[in-house]
Design a protein. Sequence first.
Length: 104
Amino acid sequence: MQINGINTFNPQPIGSSTPAGKPGGTSQVGSPQAGENTFLNVLDSLNASQNTADTLLQQLAAGQDVDLHQVMIATEENDVNFRVAMAIRDKLVDAYREVMRMSV
């Protein structure tokens, strides 16, 4: 039996000189686009894990030969990715509110 590794999401911190997954990017350190690209990468990862989990669940429901462990791993991976995306969204909203509270 072969055990496949779980794909991990390893974003670079917001404000890094290159966006995660895109070496040689043109974003400046601290630029708003760097944070935007990081969040878009998180959403892309979430979408991909959601599609994988949905496909495996549909195959399992249809009675196809699918390893139950792979279905559960894909479902849990999707849950973790969703929680990461929500945590990043919450931090972005908090940062926006903090900026809006600043007096100019």
